[in-house]
Design a protein. Structure first.
Length: 291
């Protein structure tokens, strides 16, 4: 008799919730058999309920994915279409700066200089968004080569000079490492640019930014420190989130994609980005790459 019960229990154990103990074959222990069968009944009910929840959840997930896709397509198309006039503007402003359309007086030169800077900011914004959508669609394809980290950082600082100069911010450079690291210079430069651009954006005009290349046994650390409002403790954990930005508070334009993207890039190099900040004092972001 117990063998019959055991057979059913085992069958249930392996997922067969349709099986019940034959009450007629176990007439000597009716109560026991009934409670086993009603236990299986309630297990079957629960399983049906879970399946129903699961279906509902899957439908919701599908809906959300569809909305997310629509949103991404919309932003990607919009950004892409924005890029065309912005690039055209960029070329025209270069011609103006080079005085190809005639000599400019000092006031006009200054105006064109400011226009070119804000145009450059727009170009960077649009590139960040486009890059993010590209990265979401495909895995990052890294083209790694041995790169001198000092040169890469110095070149990036140089390229950002028009922006740091316009805020009267001095960018210092210090290094304790003079070697190469295997990396994709295009992508790491993009991450560095994002960190330096943030350091400039979240600093007071006239302040300084300290950059440094440091090492320990395993890693190279490219550190960017700026002195400004800093990041509140409770906000630090959000800075790498997609779309997280406090730029508006500082009357700036921001997508909240810069760090999200930089983090993806560094992670694809098997590295990480560290952040430390003291409110109203300083903030350090460090790209950590394996040596
Ligand atoms: N050096 C910094 N000092 C203070 N806050 C910072 C610094 N860097 C980043 N943050 C905080 O992290 C947020 C997210 O940065 P992120 O670069 O992702 O976006 P963003 O700069 O606001 O916009 P964008 O997409 O144009 O880069 C910022 O809005 C800011 O709140
Ligand atoms: Mg940014």
């Amino acid at each position: 008799m117990l063998g019959i019960v055991l057979k059913t229990v085992n069958s249930v154990r392996y997922g067969n919730l349709y099986e019940r103990v034959n009450e007629n074959a176990c007439s000597l222990i009716p109560n026991f058999v009934q409670s086993i069968n009603s236990m299986i009944d309630s297990l079957a009910d629960r399983e049906a309920m879970i399946k129903e929840y699961q279906n509902e959840l899957n439908k919701k997930i599908d809906g959300l994915q569809e909305i997310e896709q629509l949103k991404e397509d919309f932003v990607a198309t919009l950004t892409h279409d924005l890029k065309v006039p912005i690039m055209a503007e960029k070329n025209m402003l270069s011609f103006l700066m080079e005085e190809k359309f005639g000599k400019l007086n000092e006031q006009q030169k200054e105006a064109v200089f400011h226009l070119k800077n804000s145009n450059q900011e727009l170009v960077e914004l649009v590139e960040i968004i486009l890059e993010t959508y590209k990265l979401n669609e495909t895995k990052i394809n890294l083209v790694k080569e041995k790169i001198c980290v000092n040169d890469l950082l110095k070149d990036t600082i140089e390229e950002m000079k028009p922006i740091s100069d316009s805020d009267d911010i001095q960018v210092n450079f210090f290094t304790e490492f003079d070697g190469d690291v295997e990396l994709d210079k295009f992508y790491i430069k993009r991450a560095l640019k994002n960190l330096i651009l943030n350091a400039i954006s979240f600093s007071e005009p006239g302040s300084k930014i300290d950059t440094a290349v440091c090492i320990d046994e395993k890693n190279v650390y490219i550190k960017i420190t700026n002195y400004g409002k800093g990041i509140k403790k409770e906000e630090v954990k959000h800075v790498f989130d997609k779309y997280y930005t406090t730029a508006k508070k500082f009357r700036k334009v921001g997508t909240g994609l810069g760090l999200y993207l930089s983090n993806k890039i560094v992670k694809s190099h098997k590295g990480r980005i560290m952040v430390e900040s003291e409110k109203d004092n300083w903030t350090t972001f460090a790209i950590v790459l394996p040596r």
